[in-house]
Write a protein that binds this ligand. Structure first.
Ligand SMILES: [Zn+2]
Length: 92
């Protein structure tokens, strides 16, 4: 039991599912990613990305890539902001 190596200053998601930063292009299993719309009650009509193999096999997606589209976009924006900042520092 060790919780030493997990930097979590931003803890909106407690699961280990967010391995991919930004918009996922491929699942780790090599399958393509499909964009779907959630029909679940807590997140109606929320868009998400899921591994096409997981959909095909009707896996309950705790192994394969599954990520909300809005969170993926947030990641992209955050990484862009970080890059912009470091570029600004270089030119100042
Ligand atoms: Zn997969």
């Amino acid at each position: 039991m060790s919780t030493a190596s997990t930097p979590s200053n931003r803890s909106s998601v407690g699961r280990d599912r967010r391995r991919v930063v930004g918009v996922p292009k491929l699942c780790w299993c090599g399958q393509s990613i499909v964009e779907l719309i959630s029909k679940s009650t807590p997140n109606p009509y929320r868009r998400y990305y899921q591994c096409s193999l997981a959909i095909q096999e009707k896996l309950s997606n705790d192994q394969h890539t599954c990520k909300w589209v809005d969170e993926a976009y947030l990641d992209e924006i955050e990484s862009l902001c970080a890059r912009t900042l470091s570029l600004q520092e270089q030119f100042e």
